[in-house]
Design a protein around this ligand. Structure first.
Ligand code: HEM
Length: 125
């Protein structure tokens, strides 16, 4: 059973808090701000809320394909994934109780790993 405090509101606070930090990050900020124009951020944040809602609450709110935009980013490497996960970990531990933070992290690490494998495979490594 999911912790009761894990709801759409908590997901929205994590998503907004995380991308506020990411956009200021020296390594990841330029990648995100290069791919997403200022006027497109509200749409991106809505999509990411839908993604986490579908992933953790099984709400069915997201039916996109998460991988392709990452394959299209040149030079996405280990250091980017490490930074992404470190920032995400800091955000969820700041905003969520520990049992909820673990649910977010567990899923984020699995997906990050699947992206890494797909990127390596795509490059023929
Ligand atoms: C979309 C970057 C890791 C989930 C995007 C976009 C960028 C990006 C720039 C927007 C693409 C666009 O709209 O043009 C990165 C970078 C990462 C990273 C630099 C770390 C190396 C992750 C991880 C997850 C994730 C670990 C999942 C836990 C998504 C999803 C989308 C997205 C769901 C939306 C895909 C869609 O359009 O439906 N990412 N990402 N990303 N990212 Fe990531």
């Amino acid at each position: 059973p999911l912790p009761e405090v894990l709801d759409e509101e908590m997901i929205a606070s994590v998503v907004h808090g995380f991308y506020d930090e990411i956009r200021k990050d020296d390594l990841l900020g330029p990648i995100f701000n290069g791919a997403i124009a200022p006027q497109d951020w509200p749409h991106h944040l809505d999509k990411m809320c839908a993604f986490w809602s579908a992933t953790l609450l099984r709400s069915g709110r997201y039916d996109g394909r998460p991988l392709p935009p990452h394959l299209a980013l040149p030079e996405l490497g280990e250091e980017h994934f490490r930074r992404w996960l470190a920032l995400f970990r800091a955000t969820v531990h700041e905003l969520c109780p520990p049992d909820v933070a673990v649910l977010f992290m567990d899923r984020a690490m699995r997906i990050a790993h699947s992206f890494r494998l797909a990127i390596a495979f795509n490059r023929g490594e």
